[in-house]
Design a protein around this ligand. Structure first.
Ligand code: PBG
Length: 331
């Protein structure tokens, strides 16, 4: 008889470290990580973010130092998010188009510091620039208007690409924005600037600390449910991904991460394209709170959750634990 106990004992290959290493199906390395960083104005400034313990906003000099650290640790890419000063926020988010805005200054400083040793991913959405904290332009009823928002997002993406961004990552969830941005990038000769689409982004309760970090949380009235996805929906995520790929996305993202690993798996199996997940701010805070409360070992929690993204089919993960995880992985 084959396949039955005692001939088959699955514990046999687990009995020693060398054998577990030999049979391991998934690997996690620093090259799987994208490190989100928050930019603030000034020089020599570090502002800790209370709801995101261990994470700070940095002025551009500090961002360059973090980028150099990423290179040293083997982290291939950073993701930049600006905390725009309040007097630069407006109803139309016009600061997003300013070639000298915080985002662009950070791109230039990182490029000067690291050359092409690091990928720079930039977020496209208007929430760090609007006085109302929504990702797009509002009509009189407070509805986020799709098509005129896309026009502004195209300008924002071109501004970032012209400054030196490597990956444009639209996180706004407007319809048609990937195609519009791709056409504009091609039109301006940015043929090798990639697009990572936040394709399946859910209206999640896990974004709170991020909104504190970029300073949009206190401004936001209402929610983002008219553009971000309903957490109940899976099929719709596949439609979002299909559209973004057809419009020219180079890679797609599922966000948040841990509560949506089923979506990651479905996307990967259906489309076989580079698929990323964003382990968002609330997930980071949840792990930190669990560790602080003694509910688990911090290092083990970090590595186990990151490994789960790889196992689910991710090419990589955006995580605020990137530096810590890379240090652990590098031994
Ligand atoms: C905004 C944006 C958000 C995040 C990334 N880009 C928040 C939101 O949609 O309100 C969340 C990331 C995180 O929580 O870590 N366009």
């Amino acid at each position: 008889m084959t396949g039955l106990f005692p001939h088959t004992r699955l514990r046999r290959t687990r009995a020693s470290g060398w054998s577990r290493a030999l049979h391991r199906e998934t690997v996690l390395t620093p090259a799987d990580l994208i490190w989100p960083l928050f930019v603030t104005k000034g020089n020599g400034v570090e502002e800790p973010i209370a709801s995101l313990p261990g994470v700070s906003r940095w002025s551009v000099d500090g961002i360059a130092a973090r980028a150099k650290e990423a290179v040293r640790l083997g982290i291939p890419c950073i993701a930049l998010f600006p905390n725009t000063q309040p007097d630069r926020r407006s109803d139309d988010g016009g600061e997003a188009l300013n070639p000298d805005n915080l985002m662009c200054r950070a791109i230039k400083t990182v490029r000067d510091a690291c050359g092409s040793d690091i990928g720079i991913l930039t977020d496209v959405a208007l929430d760090p620039y609007t006085a109302h904290g929504q990702d797009g332009l509002l009509d009189d009823a407070g509805y986020v208007v799709n098509d005129s928002t896309v026009e502004v997002l195209v300008g924002q993406a071109l501004n970032q690409a012209a400054t030196g961004a490597d990956i444009i990552a639209p996180s706004d969830m407007m319809d048609g924005r990937i195609g519009a941005i791709r056409s504009a990038l091609e039109g301006e000769g940015h043929v090798n600037v990639q697009i990572m689409a936040y394709a399946a982004k859910y209206a999640s309760a896990f974004y709170g600390p991020f909104r504190d970090a970029v300073g949009s949380g206190g401004l936001l009235k209402g929610d983002k449910k008219s553009y971000q996805m309903d957490p109940a929906n899976g099929e719709e995520a596949l439609r979002e991904v299909a559209l973004d790929i057809s419009e020219g996305a180079d890679s797609v993202m599922v966000k948040p991460g841990l509560p949506y690993l089923d979506i990651v798996r479905r996307v990967k199996e259906r489309f076989e394209v580079p698929t990323f997940a964003y382990q968002v701010s609330g997930e980071y805070a949840m792990i930190e709170a669990a560790a602080a409360a003694g509910a688990g070992d911090r290092d083990a929690l970090v590595l186990e959750t990151l490994m789960s993204f790889k196992r689910a089919g991710c090419s990589g993960v955006l995580t605020y634990h990137s530096d810590h995880a890379a240090k652990l992985l590098n031994g």
